[in-house]
Design a protein around this ligand. Structure first.
Ligand code: GLA
Length: 722
């Protein structure tokens, strides 16, 4: 709901109020962002947060000197000394800017965000247009809220309304001023096989910046930032979050102003190396950012984000539909397979109850190792006798569907594609390119490159019965040089690349609506809301160890739904950590997401085969909770000897709890697990324990942790008893 009163606006979601206004000088200012309030308080809010009284300023200085004001768009060179939201360079070289109100409109629905993933439907939108006093650049700030959701979606559109070109050296998506508090900054950092570890550090005065310069959102830093108030815990207290609906190089900054302790939170496409050239009449559309306020701690924020992504971002045809339970051959064979080996896997898998066999890397071109073949999306019939059709026929015979791996954005120097089009790789002739995993990245800023990949992948998909695609991306961007872009536009390449990726994803998913697409990026490097717009699930990490995965999945759940996490059971000793964990624990941890198997089923013992069948049957029982439930994180693998999470149905009648005990410790057998998230007034039966208790008793008295040995896992099913 959006209410307007004399150029002051109150935007309400289900649990928050966001209020802004245009002040007498035309500055658009944050008035309030926090707990939900009613429109009757709008007038008071404005008076209460009137421009701070800066003693040195007389009325004349006030016109221009904006430092410390809660402006929703940070200017440059005009007295606001915080980091600007945009940097506009005019023809004469001047860079000062000051954006002031021109007009606004309020409408039903979401703004159009061409070429970028975005919130899909519903809601109410406020668009406020500001104009730079020193150039012909107008910026339109969009704000969308939904009555039933806890997020506000923001973005900015930059239009050059003049004749002379200007250049944007920075063009962030949003800025907001948060009230003075002692915030902790939460970021999700990581590395390959260690994605999205939560870390909190004090914000302090000055700027904290989380970013990626890798051309993708990356293993190392997720495009998310949380600002946690002093009272914020997992279950209570206040926090703010922001996540970008974007998959490229990004930056999110929080800057605490020494003058008054307020915080400017802003972000968007990373401005390092960025420069967007805007001819007269051209517009640059910045990606969306989803801001969240929670008064129910981090858990509340995570659930709000899960609802937002499921309801408004992820493909509605896919998001709540049953996911295929796959078996993938990567860890079973790596590059070393032929038709016979695949048949062995398919035959053994068909007895376990999985739906789909996924053939991973190595089926195309000259691809027996990672040194060659990428880009040649033609079946290697020498390696795979009878081609894909023979494998697909075997799958069909055995009652399985067939899925296939691609890495569309990449090229090996030893490939026919590279030999034909060396300039299609993103590098600068005459320089030794940075090689990662022996491969180069294709220049997706060029339409002909995207068209060609679309053609090659489409050809495979349309000539075979393929129901599932794993779209991988195994290296990050370097050189940032395109043989096709003019010099003035070279700073656009990283963003243009991502627009190319989105274009290909849009076209392929539209052309093959029956194919289920899973995203992947050397594990979970590009796990972000941008990719989730196209792919309902993403490979969470190459690390499938049942201990490491508790941490990776916990961190990922901070701002993504469990249904978006692809989670597989793999063989032990684990290929990444060499650790051995019980098969049952691996199954339990992998059931907290889109489950599957990443092993050679022909090598399973009879006992393990029986367990796999039982795991798959048990998973079918809880798959609705994985798709639609609310997640409650009960015991953190980062601080406790137990991991424990529970999925609760929206009506609170059923719940599914998964736990793991890490190390033997005689003293922690006395520990009690308190079950948050149930309905206090309902009575539940815990099937495995055979007892009933009220939701309130389960929350307050709790249940003793089960007695398990190292890395022992458990699952409990809770049902309401009437
Ligand atoms: C990446 C993926 C793996 C696998 C390999 C194949 O590392 O994350 O799951 O597909 O590539 O090369």
């Amino acid at each position: 709901m959006i209410i307007e009163q004399n150029k002051a606006f109150l935007l309400n979601g289900n649990n928050f109020t966001y209020a802004i206004r245009v002040n007498a000088l035309g500055d658009l200012q944050t008035v309030y962002y926090g707990e939900k309030l009613s429109a009757t308080d709008l007038d008071f809010m404005q008076k209460s947060v009137a421009d701070p009284c800066i003693p040195a300023l007389n009325e004349l200085n006030r016109e221009t000197y904006t430092d410390g004001l809660s402006n929703e768009f940070g200017s440059f060179g005009r007295g606001d000394y915080r980091e600007p939201t945009a940097l506009v360079v005019r023809k004469d070289g001047a860079q000062m800017s000051s954006f002031r109100y021109v007009s606004h409109k309020i409408f039903k629905g979401v703004p159009e965000v061409k070429g970028l993933p975005h919130a899909r439907s519903g809601g109410d939108t406020l668009s406020v247009t500001l104009k730079d006093e020193f150039s012909d650049v107008e910026v339109t700030l969009n704000y969308t809220v939904w009555d039933e959701l806890g997020v506000i979606v923001r973005n900015a559109e930059y239009k050059n309304t003049g004749k002379d070109p200007v250049s944007l050296k920075k063009a962030f998506s949003f800025a907001v001023t948060l009230p003075e508090r002692d915030y902790g900054v939460l970021r999700l950092y990581g590395n390959w096989a260690k994605e999205r570890s939560p870390q909190v550090t004090p914000l302090g005065y000055g700027t904290v910046r989380v970013q990626s310069l890798r051309g993708s959102s990356s293993h190392c830093m997720n495009p998310f930032m949380g600002l946690l108030a002093e009272n914020c815990s997992e279950d209570a207290g206040e926090c703010y979050g922001v996540q970008l609906v974007y998959s490229g190089s990004f930056a999110l900054t929080a800057e605490k102003n020494p003058a008054n302790g307020t915080v400017r939170l802003q972000g968007g496409v990373n401005d390092t190396g960025f420069e967007w050239y805007l001819e007269g009449g051209e517009t640059f559309v910045a990606p969306q950012a989803a801001l969240c306020y929670s008064s129910e701690g981090l858990g509340g924020m995570s659930r709000a984000y899960a609802d937002f992504l499921r309801e408004r971002v992820i493909n509605p045809d896919r998001v709540f539909a049953r996911r295929p339970i796959v078996i993938n051959n990567w860890e079973a064979t790596y590059f070393d397979f032929g038709y016979e080996k695949l048949c062995e896997i398919i035959d053994a898998a068909s007895e376990l109850g999985v739906d789909t066999f996924v053939l991973d890397d190595g089926w195309f071109g000259k691809r027996d190792s990672d040194t060659s073949g990428l880009g040649d999306w033609v079946v290697n019939e020498k390696k795979l006798k009878g081609g894909l059709n023979a494998v697909i026929a075997r799958c069909k015979e055995k009652g399985l569907k067939f899925g296939l791996w691609f890495e569309p954005e990449m090229v090996s120097e030893d490939s026919d594609l590279y030999r034909a089009h060396p300039d299609w790789a993103m590098h600068k002739a005459g320089t030794v390119p940075v090689r990662m995993r022996n491969q180069l990245i294709l220049d997706f800023s060029r339409k002909e490159v995207v068209d060609s990949v679309f053609g090659a992948v489409s050809k495979v998909l349309s000539s075979h019965e393929i129901s599932y695609v794993k779209w991988d991306m195994n290296r990050t961007m370097t050189e940032f040089f395109s043989a096709a872009l003019p010099a003035v536009r070279m700073g656009e390449i990283a963003h243009r690349y991502i627009l190319g990726v989105y274009d290909l994803a849009e076209r392929l998913t539209a052309a093959f609506p029956k194919v289920f697409f899973e995203g992947c990026a050397g594990g979970g490097a590009r796990f972000d809301a941008g990719m989730l717009y196209y792919f309902a699930q993403f490979w969470t990490s190459d690390d499938t160890d049942a201990y490491e995965r508790t941490k990776i999945q916990w961190g990922t759940s901070v701002c993504y739904p469990v249904s978006a996490m692809s989670c597989h059971v793999s063989a032990c000793p684990n290929h990444q950590t060499r650790r051995t964990t019980p098969f049952a624990t691996r199954g339990a941890i992998a059931s907290l997401g889109a489950t599957g198997y990443e092993l050679d089923p022909s090598k399973l013992t009879e006992e393990e085969k029986k367990e796999t069948k039982a795991q798959i049957e048990a998973y079918k029982r809880i798959s609705e909770l994985v798709l639609k439930g609310d997640l409650y994180r009960l015991s953190s693998p980062f601080t406790e000897n137990y991991f424990c999470e529970m999925l609760v149905s929206k009506d609170k009648t059923t719940a599914y709890l998964v736990g793991e005990r890490f190390h033997g410790d005689p003293n922690d057998y006395m520990r009690i697990l308190r079950l948050n998230g149930l309905d206090d007034r309902k009575t539940y039966r815990i099937e495995e324990l055979g007892f009933t208790a009220s939701g309130k008793a389960l929350r307050t008295v709790g249940v003793p942790f089960p007695r398990l040995s190292d890395f022992g896992g458990w699952t409990w099913h809770l049902t309401e008893v009437k």
